[in-house]
Write a protein that binds this ligand. Structure first.
Ligand SMILES: [Zn+2]
Length: 449
């Protein structure tokens, strides 16, 4: 009986925290996608997971466009990382220590009480793209794809949801993960100290942060005692990782901070400074300056795909589609690991050339994009446009059904799948998939009624 009352009260308390959390700090948040950001993070995670059964592919990593430092986990192996977390880290190993802590919650199977809200939202989310955002807006304005906001929920603080015990054990496990994989454990302490300094300087954030986290000084005490278990957890820096990290931070700064701020922080002629100001000048509309910086960078580093990707984007927004295509194609050549966004972007550019041959090429790239990530709703949207452009309407209807399925609009998805099925070539993969969609949706739609 006593135990039951205890459980009930804990449940109620968590419910109250959830309501407090949703109503007091609720604001819309944006999920962003970017190849450079995703690939760097995957590489850090691969280092951290070397000695573990978990694979990077099993994790869903979401990047939240936010100027507040935070990272948290929700059920279903989802890790959310605010962009500012990366910007505020001086060393890639500080970022690695944040990821190690979040991984520790997943590996430890820690109970997360309020995952439902956020994970449901993320299923329906249309991410915005760090690059390609302007193309996305112009291409999507009349299609209902403008809803790039994930929804009303706070992402201020995920640490709230774990007990102090679980936090302590996640910190302990994080030290274990770092030390076993060649990253000095002291970087977790460095980063926590930095958060504290940052939060103290910013009184507005301090309230929410302080009220929801275990005190940083307490965390540092238990982290130090975990570190004492390792004879030697000091390792050399990987200079190549650090260089990539500096460039990534520079790009994110240019994207998420005001132009004047980026210009004040990145003011030399170093690579990262040229990169940061290339991005911020791009958003400011100073495209010539942006291209000049990027061409300088390309001269010095002709194998870096990300510079070329951005030049392509700038030509695209200036309606120079041929140049956009050629830069994006060479970015695809230089990229080490295939990525759905790269094929999605080239597909988008090719569509703007508006002739049959290039549209067919676009279709083949978009199919590649979807084969790498079948949940890329925007690639499905582009594929439907491509099919429609060359009059393959049943296939366009099928691609639209897939897109609506992903964005959670079930009735529309059903409608388009049914339309597709009537005229699509029998026994083709798209025919089978339309039938499957109808079956799945019949169940879901009737369950909802
Ligand atoms: Zn935690």
């Amino acid at each position: 009986m006593v135990a039951e009352i205890m459980r009930c009260c804990i449940f109620l308390r968590n419910l109250l925290i959830l309501f407090y959390f949703l109503f007091s700090q609720a604001h819309a948040f944006e999920i962003i996608r970017d190849t450079e950001l995703e690939q760097f993070t995957d590489d850090v995670l691969s280092i951290l997971l070397k000695a573990n059964d978990l694979e990077v592919e099993e994790l869903n990593i979401y990047f939240v466009n936010s100027n507040q430092i935070n990272a948290f986990v929700t059920g279903g192996k989802n890790i959310f990382i605010n962009t500012e977390t990366i910007i505020k880290a001086d060393d890639y190993r500080e970022y690695a220590s944040v990821l190690a802590h979040e991984l520790a919650h997943i590996i430890g199977g820690h109970i997360f009480n309020t995952s439902i809200e956020i994970s449901n939202l993320s299923d329906k989310a249309m991410p915005i793209y760090l690059l390609g955002i302007i193309g996305l807006i112009t291409g999507a304005a009349d299609t209902g794809l403008m809803g790039v906001m994930v929804g009303q929920a706070s992402v201020n603080d995920g640490f709230t949801f774990y007990s102090r015990t679980q936090e302590a054990s996640a910190d302990q496990a994080a030290i274990n993960i770092l030390c076993k994989n060649g990253i000095s454990g002291k970087f977790l302490i460095n980063f926590l100290n930095k958060i504290e300094r940052f939060e103290t300087a910013n009184t507005l954030d301090a309230k929410s942060y302080r009220s929801t986290h275990p005190l940083i000084q307490n965390r540092i005490v238990w982290i130090k005692s975990s570190l004492a278990n390792f004879e030697n957890c000091n390792f050399e820096i990987d200079n190549e990782m650090q260089t990539r990290f500096e460039l990534l931070k520079a790009k994110l700064h240019g994207f998420t901070h005001p132009h004047t701020e980026t210009e004040a922080v990145y003011k030399t002629s170093a690579d990262e400074d040229l990169y940061a100001t290339a991005v911020s000048n791009y958003f400011k509309g100073n495209h010539a300056k942006s291209i000049e910086n990027l061409e300088n960078l390309i001269k010095k580093n002709p194998l870096n795909p990300f510079y070329k990707e951005l030049v392509g984007e700038i030509y695209f927004v200036n309606s120079d589609y041929n140049k956009a295509v050629s830069y994006q194609l060479s970015a695809i050549e230089e990229i080490e690991k295939a990525n759905d966004l790269y094929f999605m972007i080239i597909g988008n550019y090719l569509l703007y050339l508006e002739n049959t041959e290039e549209t067919r090429e676009a279709i083949s790239y978009l199919k590649k994009s979807i084969s790498l990530n079948s949940k890329n709703a925007y690639a499905w949207y582009l594929l439907s446009r491509a099919y429609a452009q060359i009059n393959l309407i049943p296939l366009a209807n099928y691609a639209t059904a897939e897109r609506y399925f992903l964005t959670g609009e079930r009735e529309l998805s059903y409608e388009f799948a049914a339309k597709a099925l009537k005229h699509i070539e029998e026994n083709s993969p798209e025919w089978y998939r339309s039938k499957d969609l109808i079956e799945i949706l019949k169940k879901k739609v009737s369950n909802n009624r």
